[in-house]
Design a protein around this ligand. Structure first.
Ligand code: PLP
Length: 392
């Protein structure tokens, strides 16, 4: 038997019932369009395989990832659903994707060369989704490149080298629902689909919408939507009423509680001095685990349902919270501090961190790392059939 290693004092608990619930909300909002659950970047830091299974239980039809490696991880776990990968290099060997039945986006003429070479060499027909640049100006076939590329797609399809599943594009302003660029982008993709159909490509399943567009524009007329962040329960449009449940709860253990005398400086640089005799608690997570140092002095934790402010700098592995002059026995070593979670009972949220940091909650949840161990749980929250509880 090896040595007994104490458990990590900080953890990210992922509620798979919340993922399933959010998936169901997105399916309803898609009003008949298929739903591709976006599980790239290890499901936004939530764990790609369990999250994918929960999203599929909630009614999602397909999975979207960035890299071919991410797609193959899902295949290795036995997931045989349609998977689309949209980020790879022109010089990459995409054979593994073709062999695993992974659909590939084609975001440039050079990428089409890459896919066609692999299709010819292996004799496997590639399922491709040309990715158009309808206005984001990130990756994607430009409208200038489109007609020549379409001719090449028609010819490759006639020769059995590719099956064009549909066209895709990505919005620049979906989180700002009134922005006129959204309509412009929708119109451009519709025009490209019409071009492709006029040239004999069926393009049965086209998609443009991320989470924000799925929830605010269910009427765009495409056959699939491609939400990510909402699946994790994070609202893509501030103030939108969307019935989403945040799936990640980030917690850390209270390692000790101690008295401090008035005037004592706390943590590196003594950026905070106790204004009165007080009691503080040491919380076991730091910037190496995803508690941003920029949150120093601007972060609350929730312990036993009460919020306490961080005082002094967040360090690599730990930070201090002020419990006040007379906390009694309210907080003890071994208690759990919620750093962010569902927001119920006034707990802090990833969105609150994002506002403080001047960033987006996407970056907050994907930054949880280091010694934070991930645990997938079923809390029964909003799951059909009530209060299941357990761990997997
Ligand atoms: C191509 C593409 N589609 C869909 C999504 C999902 O977007 P969101 O997480 O905003 O729903 C992303 C994420 O950035 C993406 O890159």
């Amino acid at each position: 038997m090896g040595p007994i290693v104490p458990p990590s004092p900080c953890r990210a608990e992922i509620d798979l019932d919340a993922i399933e619930h959010n998936s169901r909300v997105l399916v309803r909002s898609a009003s008949g369009a298929r739903v591709m659950a976006v599980v790239k970047a290890d499901a936004y830091g939530h764990g790609a395989v369990p999250v994918s299974l929960a999203a599929l239980r909630g009614g999602a039809d397909a999975l979207g990832v960035t890299t071919i490696g991410e797609a193959l991880e899902l295949r290795s776990a036995g997931i045989d659903t349609e998977i689309l990968a949209w980020l790879y290099g022109v010089g990459d060997d995409v054979t593994a994707a073709l062999e695993a039945g992974v659909d590939l986006a084609v975001p440039s003429p050079g990428h089409l060369d890459t896919v066609l070479e692999a299709a010819r060499r292996t004799g496997l027909r590639a399922r491709v989704t040309p990715k158009l640049d309808t206005g984001l100006a990130r990756s994607g076939i430009t409208l200038d490149e489109w007609s020549a590329l379409l001719e090449r797609l028609v010819s490759a399809s006639d020769r059995g080298l590719v099956e064009v599943t549909g066209l895709m594009a990505h919005f620049a302003h979906a989180d700002d629902p009134g922005n006129p660029v959204i309509d412009q982008q929708v119109d451009r993709l519709h025009a490209c689909v019409a071009d492709a159909r006029a040239r004999g490509l069926d393009c049965p399943v086209n998609h443009h919408a991320n989470s924000a567009a799925t929830l605010t524009r269910p009427d765009d007329g495409f056959e699939m939507v491609r939400p990510g962040i909402a699946l994790y329960g994070l609202n893509p449009v501030e103030g939108l009423d969307a019935d989403l449940v945040p799936a990640m709860t980030f917690t850390a253990e209270v390692l000790m509680v101690k008295r401090l005398a008035a005037g004592q400086g706390v943590s590196y640089g003594h950026t905070w001095f106790a204004p009165r005799d007080t009691t503080v608690a040491l919380v076991a997570a730091g910037y190496a685990d995803g508690v941003w140092r920029l949150l120093s002095g601007r972060l609350d934790v929730s312990i036993g349902g009460r919020r306490y402010p961080n005082v002094g700098r967040v360090c690599m592995d730990q930070f201090v919270v002020d419990l006040g002059p007379d906390p009694g026995e309210a907080v003890r070593a071994g208690d759990t501090a919620v750093l962010f979670g569902t927001g119920s009972d006034g707990d802090p949220t990833a969105a609150e961190w994002a506002r403080t940091l001047g960033t987006i909650h996407y970056e907050v949840v994907t930054a949880v790392r280091g010694r934070a161990t991930r645990h997938h749980v079923l809390t029964g929250r909003r799951a059909p059939g009530g209060q299941r509880k357990g761990s997997r």
